[in-house]
Ligand binder design. Sequence first.
Ligand SMILES: Nc1ncnc2c1ncn2[C@@H]1O[C@H](COP(=O)(O)OP(=O)(O)OP(=O)(O)O)[C@@H](O)[C@H]1O
Ligand SMILES: [Mg+2]
Length: 421
Amino acid sequence: MSDILISTRGLTKRFGAKDVLKGIDCDIRVGEKVAVIGPSGSGKSTFLRCLNLLELPSGGTVTVDGSVLFESEMLAKRDALDAVVAEIKDLKSGNASQEVKEHRQEAARLKDELAKTQDALTDARAKQKLAKLRASRAGSADSAEVDEASVNCERLAAEIEELKAMLAAVNAKIKQKRAEAKHNQDAALLSELIAKKAQAKSEYVAAKKAHAAAMKKTNKSIDEHRRNMGMVFQHFNLFNNLTVIENITLAPVSLNLKDVKAERRKLLMRKLKGEDVKSGLAALPSKLEIVENAKATARKLLARVGLLDKADVYPSTLSGGQKQRIAIVRSLAMNPRVMLFDEPTSALDPEMVGEVLEVIKELADDGMTMVIVTHEMGFAKEVATRVLFVDDGQIKEDAPPQQLFGAPQHPRLQEFLSKIL
Ligand SMILES: Nc1ncnc2c1ncn2[C@@H]1O[C@H](COP(=O)(O)OP(=O)(O)OP(=O)(O)O)[C@@H](O)[C@H]1O
Ligand SMILES: [Mg+2]
C-alpha cells in the first residue's frame, strides 16, 4: 500500500476571472507535518480548503487514500476552446495580420504618450495660473515666469495636436489593412481553425459532463472525506449557544446517528426479504449510547489539552487560546486521519500562542499527519518535516525546513524570508 494520504495533480481554483490556484501538484504522506508559508493572498487558505473540498476546485485531481475524490479537466478544455475562438475572430476581423498587429502596437504607444502629454498640459496650465496670480499680486500683468509658463503650455498643446494627427493616421492604416486582410483571408487556415474549434468544443462538452458526474460522486463521498480531515480555522468557529462539550459532540453524534439509521434501513430491507435480522437490530446502539460514547471521547480529549473542567461552560467565557484548544479537540473527536490548520494562532494574543502550539506539537509527536498554514516560522522550523512555499497560486519551493530556511532557492522565497525573518 502506498503511504500517500492526499495527492493533488494540476489543482486549480478560479474565482470569477482570477486564477487563485494555478496547478498544484502535491503529495502528503502518512505522518508528515507539512507547513505552508507564503505571502498574503497567495492562495494558502484556498489550497487547504480545496483539499478538504470546503471549496470545490476548478480543475485537476484530488486523491485521498488512493481513491479519486475530485477530477475535472473542464476548465482547461474551456480555455482551449476560448483560445481557438479568439484565433478565428482575429483571422476573420483581419486582426491576425502582422501589419495590423504592428500598427496596433504603434497606436497603443501613441495613446499612452497622448495621455501623458495631456497630464503634463494640465500641470502646466496650473503652473501658468499660479504664475499669473503671483505676478498680479506683485502688481504687474506679466513677468518672466508667466511668459515661460505660457510658452510651455503652447508647446504641449501643439504636441497634443500632433500626436492626435499621428494617431488618426495610424488608425486609418489599421482600418485599411484590416479590410485588405479580410479580403485576402486565408481560407485554408480558417477551415483548419473551424475544425479545431469543433474538436475543442466536443472535448469541452465531454469534460463538462464528466465534471458534473464527478461533482455528484464527490458530493456523495464528501461526508466520509470530511470525517477523515479535521480542519481548524483562525477564528475557532465554535457555536456560542452550545456548551463546550456540546460543540465537541455535535458532529460525531449526528454522523453516528446517520450511520445507524442507514444500517437500520439496510437490516429492515433484509427483513422484508424474509431474513432474520433481530440480533442485528438489537446490536445497533441507541441514541443515548451514541451521545454517551461521544461525551466520553470528548472528556478524554479535553483532559489531554488540560481543559476537562471547561466541559460544561459556554465558549464566551473562555480565552482565545482555550477556544482554539477546544476547536482542535472538536476536530480530533471525529478521529481524523489528517489535521488541516489554517493559521491557528494568528488571531490570538501573543501570550496564548504558546499553549496552542504546544497542543499541536504534541499531536505531531503522536504521529498525526498534518498540514498547517502558519506565519510562525520558528514553529515551522521545529515541527514541520516539510515546508511548502506558496506564491501566486503555485508551490514555488518544497523542501525540508532546514534546507528551505537555510538555503532558499527561489528568488521569491528569498525575498519573502528576508522580509519576515
Ligand atoms: N470566495 C472567494 N471569492 C473570490 N475571491 C476569493 C475567494 N476566496 C479567496 N479569494 C481570493 O483568492 C486569493 C487567495 O486567497 P487566500 O485566502 O487563499 O490567500 P492566503 O494565501 O490564505 O492569504 P492570507 O495569508 O492573507 O490568509 C485572494 O486574492 C482572495 O481575494
Ligand atoms: Mg489565508
